[in-house]
Design a protein around this ligand. Structure first.
Ligand code: G1P
Ligand code: ZN
Length: 549
């Protein structure tokens, strides 16, 4: 035991839990698992033990407000003090969206940050919680750090925590905890200022003042206060523009995942006769986005392509793009934009961390994933509100509807019909067997025909990071057809129950082809081929996906 002033550093004996290997999105588990004695403490200590030379440095901490957020924040603050951090910056009320945390880490010159969230997974006592460590560039920790955390978590035998009363995280200001300073900051202002520096707020404000209407669904999650400040206060949209704007510990029993299934309230509003001109939603921690124009849904892959093609219309991107990056399963729509712009296109494995390296190296400016994540070099995470503001800026400059912008885009570049089919909560061994069988069949597929057409090539995606030459293998099975269509299979790395098989289906139609098909019709033969090639029904017992996005 050590004494420092009136505070006592306790070294608490513990034993490993053996299940704390963080994935691409940190450690995600059921709340009940996190509530076991020492569980959160073990993970936080494993993180600290895997870092070097942080004595006296700054740690940022905040989360999406979900159940357990406030309790774990107190643990993190007391452990940071006991472990020798010099300063903790915490969002008021424990709130920080993931992009705002990324910005704060960067602007404060912090050593790193702990972001408490399970993203778009539901919250509440029976739902999910998560802790993710971000490094000093503001982005998710690279694999060498997460591997070190996992290794440490297997042998941990004690953790350090300050014996102290809880810090008042609702009061903005600075206080002292042992030798460490605790700064409680407004979670919104610095982020809103960053947005204002990138986009033409005056043009958007004028557009809204002129009668342009929008709806933003915060899904009772973290973006509520950000959206109210930015859309209603700074841009002058009327009160009520932000729907479900109060962050709730259980997200009002909703699944804060901005897709057509879970953001149905917004979708229905956007399809109604009196729909606003523009609708958008964000997820639990504010890094994802859903874009729906009046009567016109925009797929995330198309959204990335449109944002990249028009980014120069926003002040922050008027110099053009250094490059565009997309995850492998994301459609090739952005590739055609990159080609036209003469900008390099990077195809990376799923997960934001691969983009971070490209952004740090100045090789890419805009990045995106089919899973509704888009962002740029302004932070090192994807950013939901950023994507919405870039759309609004483009709409304000072009003075066209979302539907007209999409039609124009397809007429220029062609259209990538696209859908993702998720088969959720499959037994893990069945899911592994399905993937193993697909991998085993790769060599025999080229040249064979099925309802999707003739297979041109089939492989298991591997990526060599151009910044450090590191290689990531087994990132998803791709079957490419002669006509440019594609089917991709991979298992989710973020679920907390069983396994989820994701099947990504894409068909390209050139500018002179049929651009007005229903997506389901356009993809039907490929969907049948995908189900057949992988024998999805045979392995999973499911004859249709649980979620289609
Ligand atoms: C999912 C998305 C992926 C995203 C990740 C973290 O991962 O598919 O694009 O980067 O969440 O938000 P998955 O569950 O597919 O491994
Ligand atoms: Zn998220």
């Amino acid at each position: 035991m050590q004494f420092r002033g009136f505070w006592v550093i306790q070294t608490v004996s513990t034993t490993p839990f053996n299940d704390q290997k963080p994935g691409t999105s940190g450690l995600r588990k059921k709340v009940r698992i996190f509530q076991q004695p020492h569980y959160a403490e073990n993970f936080v200590q494993s993180v600290f033990d895997s870092l070097e030379d942080f004595a006296g440095q700054t740690l940022v901490v905040g989360g999406d407000g979900r159940y357990l957020n406030r309790e774990v924040i107190q643990i993190v603050i007391k452990m940071a003090a006991a472990n020798g951090f010099g300063r903790v910056i915490v969002g008021q009320g424990g709130i920080l969206s993931t992009p705002a945390a990324s910005h704060l880490i960067r602007s404060a010159g912090a050593f790193g940050g702990l972001v408490l969230s399970a993203s778009h997974n539901p919250g509440g006592p029976d739902e999910d919680f998560g802790i993710k460590y971000n490094i000093g560039n503001g982005g998710p920790a690279p694999e060498k750090v997460t591997d070190a955390i996992a290794a440490r978590s297997l042998v941990i035998d004690s953790y350090k925590i300050l014996e102290a009363a809880d810090v008042d995280i609702d009061l903005i200001g600075t206080s002292q905890l042992g030798a460490m300073t605790v700064e409680v900051v407004d979670p919104v202002t610095a982020y809103a200022d960053l947005m204002e520096s990138l986009f033409d707020f005056a043009a958007i404000r004028a557009q809204i003042a002129g009668g342009f209407t929008l709806a933003f669904d915060s899904m009772s999650a973290v973006t509520g206060p950000y959206a109210a400040e930015i859309f209603e206060r700074r841009l002058g949209a009327p009160a009520g523009t932000v729907m479900n704007g109060t962050p709730l510990p259980d997200f009002g029993h909703h699944h804060p995942d901005p897709n057509l299934v879970h953001a149905k309230q917004l979708y229905d509003r956007m399809m109604a006769a009196d729909a606003p001109d523009f609708g958008a939603a964000s997820d639990g921690d504010g890094d994802r986005n859903l874009i729906i124009g009046r009567h016109s849904y925009v797929t995330p892959s198309d959204s990335l392509a449109v944002l990249a093609a028009n980014a120069h219309l926003a002040p922050g991107y008027k110099a053009g793009l250094k490059g565009i990056a997309r995850s492998m399963p994301t459609s090739g729509a952005a590739d055609r934009v990159a080609e036209k712009l003469g900008a390099p296109l990077y195809e990376t494995p799923t997960g934001w961390k691969f983009f971070g390296n490209l952004l740090d190296a100045g090789m890419a400016t805009i990045c995106g994933e089919e899973s509704a994540g888009t962002g740029s070099d302004h932070v090192r995470e994807k950013d939901g509100i950023w994507a919405v503001l870039l759309w609004l800026n483009i709409l304000a400059v072009r003075q066209q509807s979302v539907a007209a912008i999409m039609a124009d885009h397809w007429a220029t570049y062609g259209r990538n019909y696209y859908a993702r089919h998720d088969y959720e909560a499959i037994a893990k061994d069945k899911a592994d067997a399905l993937m193993a069988a697909l991998r085993g069949a790769l060599a025999t597929l080229p040249g064979t025909g099925n309802s999707g057409g003739t297979v041109k090539s089939a492989d298991d995606f591997a990526y060599t990071d151009p910044t450090d030459q590191s290689v990531s293998r087994n990132q998803g099975v791709r079957i490419l057809f002669e006509d440019g269509s594609r089917v991709v299979f991979r298992l989710s790395g973020t679920g907390t129950e069983g396994a989820t098989l994701r099947v990504y289906i894409e068909r390209y139609v050139g500018p002179d082809g049929d651009l007005g098909l229903e997506t389901g019709d356009a993809l039907a033969p490929l969907i049948a081929a995908a189900q057949d090639v992988a024998d999805i029904a045979g392995y999973t017992g499911m004859d249709k996906p649980s979620v289609i996005t």
